[in-house]
Design a protein around this ligand. Structure first.
Ligand code: 8GT
Ligand code: MG
Length: 129
């Protein structure tokens, strides 16, 4: 099964992270996510992240840093998550594709239901901040 390369943004502001609720009908639907999406052929991770965050939550990324890379096999899909923190952006994020979204304190992230692969990201975030 081929591996999907995904650019994921951990958008930080005052100790909070912006998270979105994945639509029921998509992969890992009904779970929370850090916004992002597939890296298209010929795109850098930064280009994919900037494009996906503009499309999904209406912000313009101005400063991002590589944070970690996670590979995970969900059984029905294999992903390689290229996670970047986003510390500078223009605009107020919102669910531009109609998805629910909110700012969540970093320390409360594990109280919400995220895809399995996100557990390691959250633990790294909580240790790093
Ligand atoms: N965006 C995002 N995807 C995640 C996270 N964790 C995780 O396992 N994934 C998986 O990464 C894959 C790609 O995410 P995605 O569905 O958002 O990709 P996309 O935005 O290009 O899809 P779409 O444009 O068709 O909606 C999905 O299988 C999703 O389950 C996360 O925190 N954020
Ligand atoms: Mg997406």
């Amino acid at each position: 099964m081929k591996e999907v390369h995904v650019a994921v943004g951990v958008i930080l502001k005052d100790g909070n992270v912006f998270v979105c609720l994945r639509p029921q009908q998509v992969h890992q639907g009904g779970k929370w996510e850090f916004p992002g999406g597939k890296v298209d052929a010929g795109e850098t991770v930064e280009e994919a992240l900037t494009r996906e965050l503009a499309e999904e939550i209406g912000i313009t990324v101005e400063a991002s840093q590589p944070f970690m890379v996670i590979q995970h096999d969900y059984g029905d899909k294999r992903v390689r998550l290229d996670i970047h923190t986003v510390t500078g952006f223009v605009g107020e994020p919102y669910g531009r594709e109609g998805q629910r979204s909110r700012w969540c304190p970093v320390k409360e992230l594990l109280e919400s239901d995220f895809p399995e692969a996100n557990r390691a990201i959250i633990q790294h975030l909580q240790n790093a901040l």
